[in-house]
Write a protein that binds this ligand. Structure first.
Ligand SMILES: Nc1ccn([C@@H]2O[C@H](COP(=O)(O)OP(=O)(O)OP(=O)(O)O)[C@@H](O)[C@H]2O)c(=O)n1
Ligand SMILES: C[C@](O)(CO)[C@H](O)COP(=O)(O)O
Length: 229
């Protein structure tokens, strides 16, 4: 029974990568980024319902890539929206009635660990939500509009990753609102209902491939993972 689902959002344009093709399709260790991401969810939760959100105009290109790379992992493709919020909402609308838990994950985070995915489902089942976060390694300063800056205690901050995993009923309700500027992820949409999110430890390799210098590090992590198998 497909009571666990994952919505892999890849409906963005990847403008900060400044490349001729969107970053979610770039090859890393010989395979497009998105294929790494789909493969890890399929491996960790074999019966998962995988929903891939892509810009509608990229559907033919994705089909071509799947044929070229002989990529046959089962997944459904859904149209993205103009913002990440809208892409997630489209993914949520595509869930079947069987789904009880859903992991929402950036397609451009291919190095999420097996442990983080598994723990996110366990915690979301127990508490309603599970949001992967990591601690900061550097000192931080808060900037003010007048140009001054101030020390902040880093132990009170976390960097937010995905997956952000939820009980389907709750996250679907949370997304039935008008989009707000603070909705940069799914945790902010969930807590807009007045519900507290549960944080779980993410993994440091779970980077969001964003700018050109991320590609060299992504290649390094991918090759190291392949060597470890
Ligand atoms: N309309 C959008 C915008 C973003 N995303 C997805 O949300 C994830 C995180 O977003 P980000 O890294 O900001 O991707 P882009 O919006 O593509 O990047 P940029 O801001 O550089 O254009 C990505 O997997 C991206 O494809 C999406 O599904 N739909
Ligand atoms: C969802 C997210 O990846 C968590 O860190 C992040 O908020 C996406 O932000 P972006 O500015 O759209 O990349």
């Amino acid at each position: 029974m497909k009571n666990k689902a994952a919505i892999i959002v890849a409906g963005g344009k990847g403008l900060r990568m400044c490349g001729p093709i969107a970053k979610q399709y770039l090859p890393v260790a010989g395979l497009p980024v998105l294929m790494h991401t789909l493969a890890v969810f399929n491996r960790v939760v074999p019966a998962i319902d995988l929903i891939l959100v892509l810009p509608a105009s990229d559907f033919p290109y994705w089909e071509e890539l799947c044929a070229e790379y002989k990529f046959t992992l089962p997944h459904r493709v859904v149209s993205g929206g103009n913002s990440r919020f809208q892409s997630v909402r489209n993914g949520l609308e595509a869930l079947t009635t069987e789904a009880i838990l859903v992991a929402i994950h950036d397609g451009v985070r291919p190095f999420v660990s097996d442990q983080v995915i598994l723990e996110s489902f366990v915690e979301a089942e127990r508490t309603g939500s599970a949001v992967a976060v990591v601690a900061l390694k550097d000192s931080i300063r808060k900037l003010r509009d007048d140009g001054k800056s101030f020390f902040e205690e880093r132990q009170y901050f976390r960097l937010v990753q995905t997956p952000q995993t939820f009980q389907v009923e709750k996250i679907k309700k949370a997304f039935k609102v008008t989009e707000l500027q603070q909705f940069t992820d799914d945790a902010t949409v969930y807590e807009n209902q007045g519900w507290q999110v549960t944080l779980i430890p993410g993994n440091v390799e779970n980077i969001k491939i964003t700018t050109p210098e991320d590609m060299a590090y992504a290649e390094f992590i991918a090759l190291r993972k392949l060597a470890d198998r």
